[in-house]
Every structure is written in structure tokens, then in C-alpha cells.
Design a protein around this ligand. Structure first.
Ligand code: ATP
Ligand code: MG
Length: 573
């Protein structure tokens, strides 16, 4: 391809709304353009990279006996009502009506659609296991579309679904998928880690996430410092032990104190001359139609995902005033809530409350708290749960060593769904014992466009992208520095022809522009190898080659250039 004929609209300016480097570079290098919030057009360079990632995904999925299909983007609301996700999915679900006033969904994921397909078409254990996948545009009305294609409202996803006759079979295929995912990201030149993940609204219990480590990642990961232990989990799922802060002071009698207007932990602790960790924080959550009061050490955060698992509700959210009003008989007073004398539907203590000596609690009365609360003395029937968000310095649940936090981008995830969808949609097969059983399911998502962005987060410098060979839009860039120089163009043309014959995808920057301009664009679009044909070195029989990942270039003999170019190209990451 000749640059003059190509549509590669590079630009110098940084787009105003770009907060992360991958977003900046995807726009500046002419890979894509923004159409609306979280909606992009993929231009030739961007689309080439996306297709390369998609092809790697296809190859590896096919090797693992998954078969590619294509489901519709549109699906009828009835399927979503069967599983209850018409309600549960909330505002993220893009809904629309057809001319007959029938409700439809623009697919954010396809569990409902595929379970419907399989219940219609698959009837016997003989047809199992079965894994089907598709690579398709997904729609999600994200609250905050941002970071370019990292969190779009329209994005490309590979979603796979597997169907099994037993849990054991699902578990063994789940391992196959974990390995498949590792190979995919490895082939894309990414350093991705498999971490224990949270299954959220999608259901099931066991889940892992594939994380690309990057400071700009939205996910927080806890890693055990002890490398031989290797425990790693997202902060939504991580378990562990919170180091104690309590002292050996003697237990004092509990006392009610006037704390006018001191509703927050910070305010009340400061007012009573205590630290935040000496107060018991109350959190009020709505779990479907039930009220949960959760108590936790004042300096720590509660993890809604852990609460979600504990209460087994469809929706878990902070309780809003209207909901609290409807639960008036529980005697909970927001801002002054304490564990004594209240009657919520659930009352949970996080394990950290045990650590508080002579602590502060709300008195369930406006403007009052109790001091000198000691949970085991004052609530002898209390049960303790792990409800805390783990943080840096907490102790590993496996080996007890401190954990560290790093940031990551979730590029894919795998779930053991079990029978969640097959049960709610009544999808059954006939087993060997002639009995009808529900399919045991797994699902495996991978963000194709997000993977492209993650690849740039991990592979760039101040000047632009440094593509790994496997997903680069072009393999080799040839730059004739003077397009009017006949000799320069003759060498350029020959190299281009020879390299194309050898199977390389070559871009020739044939624009009549200043060398500095061409070098800048070359660095920006980041092809793994650059070959510069300059009227300065050519009289000495030399051309210059430079790997994008290196700082220095090398002069090579033009006579033996082809072999050398191929050799150096093959040494690119
Ligand atoms: P997140 O926690 O980032 O919102 P998710 O748990 O909603 O992700 P899934 O529903 O499992 O993600 O989707 C599978 C994959 O699709 C994710 O691992 C991610 O790579 C990608 N993905 C999810 N949401 C988006 C989005 N808004 N834009 C781009 N890619 C996305
Ligand atoms: Mg999401």
C-alpha cells in the first residue's frame, strides 16, 4: 500500500476528551474517529488491527473445539423477561420498539439468545459438550463511556457459550478456556494475568478475569507479595485478613453521648477524639425488597459484591431515603445507625468490627452515639462475615503474607454459569439415564476492541505506538526520503515488490513531505520495522533500518538488504 492512496489521517493534536494514552494514540494515528459518546468509526489502520486480533481469537477458539456462529444483534424482550434480566440489567440495556410496538434489545451479551437456540436444537447428551461463539458488535448504555474503545457503548466482543451434561465436564472445559485465553493474549503480545473474578449479575459462582496490567486500568488487583504463593484476585473478589489496629485497653462501660450533626465517621470520630478505625461504620443497602444493615470498621470500605453473594438477591444497592422510609418499622436512623435495637431484614457484622475496642456506634437516635461499644460483649449473638474491600497491606488468604495492589484492564473473563440460564429458560436435554436434565453452562467473553486499546497501553512510548508483530496494521514501513530522486524510488520499488512477494504487508510512505514529518508519522503508527531509503546514504550503498522498539537505527548494505530486513523483522517483538 502506498500512503498517498491510503486513508491514514494522522494528526498532531491530542483529542480533548482523551484521558488515556491508547485513546490519544488511536485517534492521532488515524485508527479511528469518534462519532458520539462511546461510538467510533474504525478507519483502515484500526480495522486492520481489530481484524488481526479477531483472527487470533478465532484460531485459538477453533483449536479448542469452539465453533463460530453469528447471532442477531436484535432480540425480543420476551427472552430477557424469561431470565429476569429485562428488569435486572437496568439502564445499561439498550431497548427499542419496532413498528408494532414490540420491545427489543440491542444485545449487550447473548446468554438468553444462545440458550434459546440450544433448547430448540439440542436434545441429547450425545450432542454435548458444545461450545459456540461469535464475534459481534455489542451495545451497552454505559453510565460513563470513556477511555475511547476501552469503555464504549458500541464495541466488538467475542462471546462464547458452552453446554455440558455435568458440572465436571464444565469444569474441565473451563480449564481449556483459561488456557485458550492465555494463548490468545500471549499471541497478541500482551502480558495478561488470570485472576479470580466476581461473577456479578451474570450469575454463577466461579469466575476468572483476564487482566492486562496497566496503570490506567479501571480494575484493582490484589497480588500476594510472596511469589511462590501467587494468589491474585480483583478487589471485588479478593479475600484476606485485615491487620488489627486495636490496643489492649480495658473494656469500659457503654455510654450514650450527644454528637449533634456528626453523621459521618470522620466527623464523629474527630468530635470524640478518636481515630476512624475506632468507630463502627453502618451501611444501609437495599437487597431487592429487603433492608440490610452492615457494620464495618470505620476506616474500611464495604464490598457490595460480597454482600451480593451473601444475600442472594438480584439487586443490591445503597438504600435510598424512599426505601428507608418504607422500612420505618426497622427503627434504623440513617446517619446515626448502630447495631443495637434495630430490626432490619439482615444485620451483618464484618469481621473487622471484632477488632474495635471501646468503639463508637450510632444510637439510632438523631444526634446521638454510644461510646465504649465492644461487639462480643454487647452483641453476644453477633455473627461475623467477610464483607470488606481488600486493600494494599492486607494479608493473603492463602499464605498470610501482605498483598500489594496493581491496576489492570479487564480484557476478558470466563464464568461457570452452571444451570442459572438453563433453569430459568427451561433448557433441558435427555441424559444417559433417560432423564431430562438442565444444561450446565459456561460463558467466555473477550473484548476485541478493548484488547486493541490494552495492547497500546502496554506497547507505546512518547512518540507513538509500538505494535507487536502479530497485530501490527503493517509489517514494514518503507520511507523514501526524497520521492523525486529516481534512485531512491527505484530501490524503494524493488524492496516493496520483493517484500510483498515474500508475504509481508508493506506500507510505502510515498508522500512528498519533509523527512521529519515522515519520521513522526512512522513512530506514531508504530509498524514494527522501518526501512529508510535516503539520498544521503544511498551513494554509499546503504539504507537505514530501525525496529520501532529500538532507539537506534542501523545502516545496512543495499545489495543484501532483503535478507537483512527479514532477519531484523523476525527479531521484532
Ligand atoms: P466491565 O467490568 O469492564 O464493565 P464486564 O464485566 O461488564 O466488564 P463482560 O460483560 O463480561 O464485561 O464483557 C466481556 C468483555 O467485554 C470484557 O472483559 C471486556 O473486555 C469487554 N467489555 C465489556 N464492556 C465493554 C465496553 N463498554 N467497551 C468495550 N469493551 C467492553
Ligand atoms: Mg460492565
Amino acid at each position: 500500500m502506498r500512503w498517498k492512496n491510503a486513508f491514514i489521517p494522522t494528526m498532531k493534536e491530542t483529542p480533548k476528551d482523551a484521558e488515556v494514552i491508547s485513546h490519544v494514540l488511536m485517534i492521532r494515528s488515524g485508527m479511528m474517529r469518534k462519532v458520539g459518546a462511546g461510538i467510533y468509526e474504525y478507519l483502515p489502520l484500526g480495522w486492520k488491527v481489530i481484524r488481526k486480533v479477531a483472527d487470533i481469537v478465532r484460531q485459538e477458539m477453533n483449536k479448542s473445539l469452539a465453533q463460530e456462529i453469528l447471532m442477531p444483534v436484535l432480540s425480543s424482550s420476551e427472552l430477557w423477561m424469561e431470565t429476569g434480566r429485562w428488569q435486572v440489567y437496568g439502564k445499561e440495556l439498550m431497548r427499542l420498539k419496532d413498528r408494532h410496538d414490540h420491545d427489543y434489545v440491542l444485545g449487550p451479551t447473548h446468554e438468553e439468545v444462545i440458550t434459546d437456540l440450544v433448547r430448540r436444537e439440542v436434545h441429547s447428551y450425545r450432542d454435548l459438550p458444545l461450545c459456540l461463539y461469535q464475534i459481534q458488535t455489542k451495545f451497552r448504555d454505559e453510565v460513563r463511556p470513556r477511555f475511547g474503545v476501552m469503555r464504549g457503548r458500541e464495541f466488538l466482543m467475542k462471546d462464547a457459550y458452552s453446554f455440558h451434561s455435568t458440572q465436571e465436564d464444565l469444569e474441565s472445559y473451563y480449564q481449556v478456556m483459561a488456557e485458550t485465553y492465555k494463548r490468545i493474549f500471549n499471541k497478541c503480545g500482551l502480558d495478561a494475568r488470570l485472576v479470580v473474578g466476581h461473577s456479578g449479575a451474570i450469575g454463577g459462582k466461579i469466575a476468572h478475569e483476564l487482566m492486562v496490567l496497566a496503570d490506567t486500568g479501571e480494575s484493582l488487583i490484589l497480588n500476594c507479595q510472596n511469589e511462590s504463593c501467587g494468589y491474585t484476585a480483583t478487589n471485588e473478589t479478593a479475600e484476606g485478613t485485615v491487620p488489627k489496629t486495636s490496643t489492649d485497653e480495658a473494656e469500659q462501660p457503654m455510654e450514650k453521648v450527644h454528637t449533634p450533626g456528626k453523621e459521618s465517621i470522620e466527623d464523629v470520630a474527630a468530635f470524640l477524639n478518636k481515630k476512624n478505625c475506632q468507630a463502627v461504620k453502618a451501611l444501609l443497602y437495599r437487597c431487592d425488597d429487603k433492608l440490610a444493615a452492615v457494620f464495618i470498621r470505620g476506616d474500611r470500605e464495604m464490598n457490595p459484591a460480597k454482600l451480593h453473594n451473601l444475600v442472594n438477591a438480584l439487586e443490591v444497592e445503597i438504600a435510598l431515603p424512599d426505601f428507608l422510609e418504607s422500612k420505618k418499622e426497622s427503627d434504623v436512623v440513617a446517619g446515626y445507625c448502630g447495631p443495637l435495637g434495630i430490626k432490619p431484614d439482615f444485620l451483618f457484622f464484618d469481621i473487622t468490627v471484632k477488632d474495635i475496642k471501646n468503639g463508637i456506634i450510632g444510637a439510632n437516635e438523631k444526634d446521638y452515639h454510644h461510646i465504649n461499644f465492644n461487639v462480643e460483649r454487647d452483641c453476644p449473638d453477633a455473627k461475623f462475615y467477610d464483607l470488606v474491600v481488600q486493600q494494599e497491606g492486607d494479608l493473603c488468604p492463602k499464605c498470610g503474607k501482605p498483598m500489594q495492589t496493581v491496576r489492570g484492564i479487564e480484557v476478558g473473563n470466563i464464568f461457570q454459569l452452571g444451570t442459572k440460564y438453563s433453569k430459568s429458560m427451561n433448557a433441558k436435554f435427555l441424559d444417559t439415564d433417560n432423564k431430562e436434565k438442565y444444561f450446565v453452562m459456561g460463558c467466555y467473553g473477550l473484548g476485541v476492541t478493548r484488547t486493541v486499546a490494552a495492547a497500546i497501553e502496554q506497547n507505546h512510548d512518547d512518540w507513538g505506538i509500538i505494535w507487536p508483530r502479530s497485530i501490527a496494521p503493517y509489517d514494514i514501513l518503507i520511507q523514501p526520503l526524497d520521492v523525486k530522486d529516481e534512485k531512491v524510488m527505484e530501490i524503494t520499488n524493488t524492496l516493496e515488490k520483493d517484500l510483498i512477494e515474500k508475504g509481508y504487508d508493506v506500507l510505502v510512505d510515498d508522500r512528498d513531505a519533509k523527512p521529519g514529518f515522515k519520521f513522526k508519522d512512522a513512530d506514531l503508527i508504530g509498524t514494527p520495522l522501518r526501512v529508510t531509503v535516503s539520498p544521503r546514504s544511498l551513494p554509499d550503498g546503504k539504507i537505514e533500518i530501525k525496529r520501532r522498539c529500538d532507539k537506534k537505527s542501523e545502516l545496512i548494505n543495499v545489495d543484501s538488504a532483503l535478507d537483512k530486513i527479514i532477519e531484523i523483522y523476525n527479531s521484532c517483538p
